[in-house]
Design a binder for this molecule. Structure first.
Ligand code: UT7
Length: 327
């Protein structure tokens, strides 16, 4: 009989170049004090011009593959969560499949903005628990610096580049993914989007003049929706898993804004000590946030077998997602 999937290894890749709040002070009308007090972000990583989403994803994947000590040719499926793909098509997953030599793997991308990694994790779990596939590579990778308007202080201070990856298998004696909650609200597409570049509004000289190829966000609206949706989704997921917040060793929240995490912590009545935070160093890396946080927590020796984790994400769409898993 098949069982749910477990994360057997992790990997992450962050570009070398660091862009600090002080650097941003020289680019737009902003200040370290504003960025730090309103978001908690101190610095973020920026990929090279010729370093693509697939390059970062492949680096993170190679680390996860090495750490799992598996042959890339045994990977059955690659799912990449990204909203900054190398191309509209082919998928970034296909580029990565070739780069890492996973020649037997099927490959596709998932687009659920910042919730993408958890959507991918839950999708992968269906293949494993259904007995279809044995080994799945999931990657969250983003080059958000390529879709940010570097003249718009409302958004350019918030985002960064990076990638994280996990290998999923069913593992005897480990319960793995215990419960999940996925959701979306398509009535609110316009509060966080890239208006141009799809068939709705192709990239024309007029669209470029209005800078519609860049990410646009109604920050305050998104903030409010994020707190409500993350809290509700986390509670639903905990209930499905039959566990209480006090049973959790760690909560890994989407890394958009320290104040959002704080508000969710208060609503769940969980001390901030149990929340994993790295947004101060990387900003919001969208679909890459979750696997990077997971990798750093595991590498720091802060995860033991049997620990319960809650991961909760929120992003454009709007989308949200939560997962409770046993490490
Ligand atoms: O990953 C997807 C999910 N994304 C999110 O969850 C992001 C959610 N939103 C947020 O995190 C916050 O809304 C922001 C950090 C984006 C903004 O914080 P806020 O406290 O909601 O600020 P605000 O938008 O209300 O702006 C307050 C003021 C405005 O000035 P006025 O109109 O009051 O004079 C802005 O123009 O701050 C100004 N402002 C800035 N000032 C200095 C906006 N951005 C900046 C900036 N530096 N970078």
């Amino acid at each position: 009989m098949s069982s749910h999937s477990s994360i057997i290894s992790t990997g992450a890749y962050l570009p070398e170049r660091i862009l600090t709040n002080e650097d941003l002070e020289k680019m737009v009308d902003t200040s370290n004090e504003w960025i730090l007090s309103r978001t908690g972000i101190r610095e973020r990583r920026i990929a090279d011009k010729d370093e693509f989403t697939s390059d970062m994803g492949a680096r993170a994947a190679e680390q996860a593959i090495q750490s799992a000590d598996i042959d890339p040719k045994t990977i059955d499926l690659i799912i990449v969560a990204t909203c900054t793909p190398d191309n509209v098509f082919p998928s970034t997953a296909c580029y990565i499949q070739h780069k890492i030599g996973a020649t037997r793997a099927a490959a596709f991308d998932i687009q659920a903005a910042c919730s993408g990694f958890l959507y991918a994790l839950v999708t992968a779990d269906q293949f494993i628990s259904g007995g279809v596939y044995r080994t799945i590579l999931i990657i969250g990778t983003e080059k958000l610096s390529s879709i940010v308007n570097w003249q718009d202080r409302n958004t350019c201070v918030l985002f960064g580049d990076g990638a994280g990856a996990v290998i999923l298998q069913s593992r005897p004696g480990v319960r793995g993914l215990l419960a999940y909650d996925l959701g979306a609200d398509g009535a609110q597409t316009e509060i966080l989007s890239i208006p141009a570049g799809g068939c709705r509004l192709p990239i024309t000289p007029e669209a470029l003049d209005q800078q519609l190829q860049y990410l646009q966000m109604s920050g305050k609206e998104v903030f409010k929706c994020a707190v409500t949706a993350m809290n509700r989704s986390a509670e639903t997921c905990l209930e499905k898993a039959g566990c209480k917040p006090e049973h959790l060793r760690w909560i890994i929240p989407h890394q958009a804004n320290f104040r959002i995490v704080d508000a969710v912590a208060q609503r769940l009545n969980v001390s901030m000590e149990h929340f994993v935070i790295n947004l101060d160093r990387y900003g919001n890396t969208s679909a890459a946030c979750m696997p990077i946080c997971l990798h750093e927590t595991a590498m720091a020796g802060k995860l033991d077998r049997g620990d319960l984790l809650l991961m909760v994400a929120f992003g454009g769409g709007l989308t949200w997602a939560s997962v409770v898993l046993e490490w």
